[in-house]
Design a binder for this molecule. Structure first.
Ligand code: NDP
Ligand SMILES: N[C@@H](C=O)C(=O)O
Length: 263
């Protein structure tokens, strides 16, 4: 029997944050659709979730960095009225500076972290809005606010995810739809090896286990918080930052040159 709280789609769900997040949603009673490239590994995760939680689990093998495969997935998911949750989790990074990074790798980072996330959201939101309910969870990173810390283009893609989520929050107001943006700090997953970074070189006190990260993220999912920073100990630091941004907004565009630029 189909879940009465609907189906959750989780991208990048074969391992790491996505696999545990999908399992957490299954534990809450959602049917789940898992997306990643490696079909075998994805199906192993799907079977584990089925066995443990007894919900319906589909795995769809797709490379979200490939325009044709992304388009096929958009079409397939947009036609599924059972979808109530989209978790845009798939993402990739890199090591080094802009000049040290192969341009093809930079394109792939933008295609996955930005284009696929934006296109899947664009594909699913109209149906959610028509049905009057839906949740989008975007996995950004603390590097959205600190692109200097690791890889600038990666951080910039996560700044896109944060800004996109802030704009969706505004666009969804009063619609029954909601958006959440999760900003993990360094988390021990395969991400680092795939990016060419040895996570062992990151100070241990800065690295969270993936179990802890996802456990906190799911508590925030249940609370329907907008911005989720599981590693930030003092929530007031974020609130002050966000307060300063909100204070800027009404002052950003005026017809008058600011006095400091007067000729
Ligand atoms: N780990 C960390 O320190 C942090 C991670 N994040 C973000 O969290 C998210 C998840 O990261 P994490 O779990 O660590 O990463 P992992 O590398 O552990 O997992 C990535 C997942 O995405 C899938 N994936 C990768 N490329 C593609 C693609 N082109 N198309 C479809 N699926 C793809 C992988 O499966 P497959 O290879 O089979 O496709 C895998 O399931 C990312 O957005 C990342 O930027 C944010 C902050 C910190
Ligand atoms: N995965 C990390 C960066 O490389 C992060 O997003 O913090």
């Amino acid at each position: 029997m189909a879940s009465n709280i609907g189906t959750a789609v989780v991208t990048g769900a074969s391992t790491g944050i996505g696999a545990l997040y999908a399992e957490g949603l299954a534990a809450r009673g959602h049917d789940v659709i898992l997306v990643a490239r490696n079909a075998q590994r994805l199906e192993a995760t799907a079977q584990r979730i089925r066995d443990r939680h007894g919900v319906a689990v589909r795995s769809i093998a797709a490379d979200l960095g490939d325009a044709a495969q992304l388009h096929a997935l958009e079409t397939e998911l947009a036609a599924d009225p059972s979808i109530t949750v989209l978790v845009n989790n798939a993402g990739m990074g890199a090591a080094g500076t802009l000049e040290q990074t192969d341009p093809a790798r930079l394109d792939a980072i933008v295609a996955l972290n930005v284009t696929a996330l934006m296109r899947l959201t664009r594909a699913l939101v109209p149906g959610m809005r028509a049905r009057g309910k839906g949740r989008v969870v975007n996995i950004a990173s603390v590097l959205a606010m600190a692109p200097e810390m690791v890889h600038g283009v990666y951080g910039a893609t996560k700044a896109f995810v944060l800004a996109f989520s802030q704009s969706l929050r505004h666009e969804f107001a009063g619609s029954g739809l909601s958006v959440q943006v999760l900003m993990p700090g360094a988390t021990a997953t395969e991400f680092w090896g795939s990016a060419g970074i040895d996570v062992g070189n990151v100070p241990r006190e800065m690295v969270m286990t993936v179990n802890d990260l996802v456990a906190a993220a799911l508590i925030a999912f249940d609370r329907e918080e907008f911005a989720v920073l599981p590693a930030l100990q003092d929530a007031a630091l974020w609130e002050n930052y966000e307060g300063a941004r909100q204070a800027l907004i009404p002052n950003l565009s005026t017809s008058r040159i600011a006095p400091r630029y007067a000729a």
